[in-house]
Design a protein around this ligand. Structure first.
Ligand SMILES: Cc1cc2nc3c(=O)[nH]c(=O)nc-3n(C[C@H](O)[C@H](O)[C@H](O)COP(=O)(O)OP(=O)(O)OC[C@H]3O[C@@H](n4cnc5c(N)ncnc54)[C@H](O)[C@@H]3O)c2cc1C
Length: 436
């Protein structure tokens, strides 16, 4: 155990993930001006993955992270991988037609596989545990869920998902609050901070220059005398000059670039970790991960060492709550009343970047600068894979990114200033509807 005393400026409380690492290597800050092919801003899954693939492909790359790698959402999330895009295949098909929906589904399948492949190729541990259950909070949703599963099995050739009834759901969860659910054996959950550490090391080993505590304070895109795009990214101690820039700042890049900020809003989400639970407590005996069908969803899972990591409560203000654990505990005890007296060893939170349609925002925001953000609670695999797709697209290796890049993601009306109060009202209303 690291027993970390590091307090990220992004989140005042130390996560269990960080504390449970055996190492978290430190990377030096940028001290001088440098030149490279591609500068990557943001050291979460997306930026780290982009840096790894660029370096592996022979490009010179500099990655800068304002704090430490994984301090954003990537090192503090629920660790659930999921299947498909954040938006279901049925809704995608209604909006884009079958071919496009299938292509988006296939990208998500590739993203899933990519997680395992990269860890395998570079030989790092990330505590993968298989099995994911999406549970139904309302009885009236059972028929729709069965139809969704039939579509997945028959139309999308995905046979790893099946319906489980109320009794089976209760047996696998250790609570009878739900009316059934979908058991997906083709996905699972990971220790995200171990993944961050492994990926950062892999990028560094592949030859990327990796800088922590280096905040980008401005991005300039101009044309040289010969007509080539020149990018200059400013930091406190040095300027990085490059031909291309990948922006992977997600919900944390507020003040850096206005187009991304208009399309992606931060929502805070919180997680509490219990001490290791004895088997007699009968909580997720097979260590599945779970999310539920409420608009204000609960997401939880067992770790390898038998802790319950329970995520839920969301907040739409930037103020950090003083009682992170207290609210999460209430939601956990609603499901598992017998955990009333089991303490949280850690409680923490982070910002989830969301878009209006819950599909990722990937766009060239100025010449030579491509931004990817707003994975809407689905970035464990998708942020990783989008980083890869951006890197490979810059190196001319694949056009897979086009399927995502062309998506018409609208901006939040009124930008961040006006959207936050409106979003607060809308989400509070949907949370109220969850009760009926
Ligand atoms: C509590 C919580 C639970 C979640 N649970 C899940 C889950 O179970 N499954 C799932 O799929 N997704 C989940 N997510 C979402 C998922 O974590 C994200 O989609 C994913 O990590 C996004 O990765 P990223 O690299 O795009 O962004 P981040 O990991 O947020 O990285 C962005 C980085 O950019 C840096 N940065 C910002 N501005 C600058 C600057 N000016 N200069 C330099 N660096 C800068 C930040 O410091 C940050 O480290 C959850 C998120 C949270 C917060």
């Amino acid at each position: 155990m690291l027993n970390s005393t590091y307090k990220s400026p992004i989140s005042p409380s130390v996560s269990w993930y960080e504390d449970s690492l055996s190492e978290r290597p430190v990377y030096s800050a940028l001290e001088d001006d440098v030149q490279c092919d591609v500068v990557v801003i943001g050291g979460g899954f997306c930026g780290l993955s982009a840096a790894y693939h660029l370096a592996k492909g022979g490009s010179s790359v500099v990655l800068i992270e304002a704090y430490r790698f994984g301090d954003g959402a990537s090192g503090r999330n629920g660790g659930q991988i999921g299947t498909g895009q954040r938006y279901g295949v049925v809704e995608l098909e209604e909006q884009f037609g079958f071919e496009r929906a299938k292509a988006l589904f296939q990208i998500a399948e590739n993203a899933k596989q990519n997680l395992h492949d990269i860890a395998g190729e570079n030989n790092f541990e990330y505590d993968y545990l298989p099995g994911q259950i999406s549970c139904l909070y309302k009885a009236r949703d059972v028929e729709e869920e069965k139809q969704f599963i039939a579509v997945m099995n028959e139309k999308y050739d995905y046979d790893k998902i099946s319906f489980i009834d109320k009794a089976k759901t209760s047996e696998l969860l250790g609570t009878d609050l739900y009316h059934g659910g979908a058991l997906d054996q083709g996905t699972g959950h990971i220790h995200p901070m171990k993944y961050v550490v492994g990926l950062a090391k892999s990028a560094s080993n592949a030859g990327a220059k990796m800088c922590e505590n280096t905040k980008a304070t401005g991005i300039e895109s101009t044309k040289s005398a010969s007509g080539e795009t020149v990018i200059k990214v400013k930091t406190a101690k040095g300027t990085i000059t490059a031909q291309n820039c990948i922006m992977a700042t997600n919900a944390y890049g507020d003040d850096l670039e206005p187009v991304t900020a208009r399309h992606v809003l931060p929502i805070q989400s919180f997680i509490g970790a219990t001490e290791p639970l004895g088997d007699e407590l009968n909580v997720l005996p097979e260590k599945h991960s779970v999310d539920d069908s409420r608009f204000m969803l609960r997401y939880y899972r067992k770790t390898k060492d038998n802790r319950l990591l329970f995520g839920g409560r969301e907040a739409y203000t930037s103020a950090w709550p003083t009682d992170v654990g207290k609210h999460i505990r209430k939601q956990m005890v609603e499901l598992y009343p017998h955990l009333q007296d089991v303490p949280f060893t850690h409680a923490w939170g982070g910002s989830v970047g969301i878009t209006p349609s819950r599909l990722p925002f990937v766009r060239e925001v100025k010449p030579g600068v491509i931004s990817a953000a707003g994975f809407s609670g689905h970035g464990v695999m998708m942020a990783n894979y989008t980083g890869r797709m951006m890197a490979e697209s810059l190196m001319g290796k694949t056009s897979e990114l086009d399927v995502i890049k062309d998506l018409d993601i609208s901006a939040f009306p009124g930008g961040r200033t006006f959207s936050k109060p409106l979003l607060f009202l809308a989400l509070t209303w949907f949370a109220f509807l969850d009760k009926f």
